[in-house]
Design a protein. Structure first.
Length: 313
């Protein structure tokens, strides 16, 4: 039995258990070896107390930042484990369903509070907070935790798909709030889910591939809404040696860009998937919901063209 088969077998037992989904996500992350808090993390317990409303934002920020402030003041920056902090925060988002908007907002607010923190009497080092040291790299590493086909059944558990969607909701909201620009990830999720033509292979059907990728793509629509609709940017690199990370899949013939035309392709593809009978009902439902949110973003644009009052989307 391969290592992947052993993992899948253990995860089947976890999924069949009676625990809350958040606990199952914790256990599955351990089995998969996903990026998450260290076993004896000094950050994760505080973050969980905050998310569960046992401490408020100010107290949580103090508990997280005070030890870091002291190490910075003592010129012991190398002793600060920023990676564990970020993995603890991202995992907290992973185990929080995207339906629970309030809890996701709390996690976002914590990152924002960290970014705005000032070191008392040592303000010259505030850049370590304002730049979110190592946060971008931690987010990039977590992208490697995307669900992939199992060894025997072609797909993965719905809980793993949902956990990946939760992570992308976090990334989308971080981008929306201008905490860190992770918008390139939106293109990567859309390209995988909507711009590539899915084909059956030996292990996985085209429908299963959509089941694994569409929910994460939909989170960028739900998380950014009209901000994603308004985003217009040509990301084609000036140097061909840099590659083209925003390039399209085979269904997108345009530039590596955010544009209204690319948005329209995404919307059309979500609409197609929303009508498919062979994908899961959860996938088709999220696709239909994404179309609705996209139409609201477009309608909002038309309604506000002649109005100075901009309602919340």
């Amino acid at each position: 039995m391969s290592n992947r088969e052993k993992q899948d077998s253990k995860i089947k037992d976890v999924v069949a258990g009676q625990q809350d989904d958040s606990v199952k996500i914790d256990q599955i992350a351990k089995i998969r070896g996903s990026f998450g808090p260290e076993d004896k993390s000094i950050y994760y317990p505080t973050i969980q107390k905050y998310v569960n409303e046992e401490v408020d934002l100010a107290e949580a920020t103090h508990k997280l930042c005070d030890p870091i402030d002291k190490k910075i003041s003592e010129s012991r920056l190398d002793d600060v484990n920023f990676w564990d902090l970020w993995y603890s925060i991202i995992h907290s988002a992973r185990r929080t369903t995207f339906h629970d908007t309030d809890k996701h907002v709390k996690v976002i607010d914590l990152v924002g509070a960290f970014k705005n923190h000032s070191i008392p009497g040592n303000e010259k080092y505030n850049y370590l907070y304002s730049s979110l040291t190592d946060f971008g790299m931690a987010c990039r590493e977590v992208l490697n935790d995307n669900p992939t086909a199992s060894a025997d059944e072609g797909s993965v558990s719905q809980i793993e798909i949902d956990a990946w969607a939760n992570v992308n909701m976090f990334f989308a909201r971080i981008t929306l709030k201008d905490i860190q620009d992770l918008s390139l990830y939106a293109i990567w999720m859309m390209r995988e889910a909507l711009e590539e033509v899915k084909q059956d292979d030996e292990r996985t059907t085209a429908a299963q591939k959509l089941d694994m990728s569409v929910p994460a793509a939909a989170m960028w629509i739900f998380g950014m809404g009209k901000a994603l609709f308004h985003k217009e940017k040509d990301l084609t690199p000036s140097n061909s040696l840099e590659g083209n990370p925003a390039r399209g899949g085979e269904l997108w013939k345009g530039k590596g860009e955010f544009s209204k035309k690319r948005w329209a392709l995404w919307k059309d593809r979500f609409a197609e998937i929303g009508k498919m009978k062979d994908v899961s009902e959860r996938t088709s439902g999220l696709a239909r919901d994404a179309v609705e949110v996209m139409e609201r973003a477009e309608t909002f644009e038309l309604v506000t063209q002649d109005s100075d009052d901009e309602p919340e989307f």
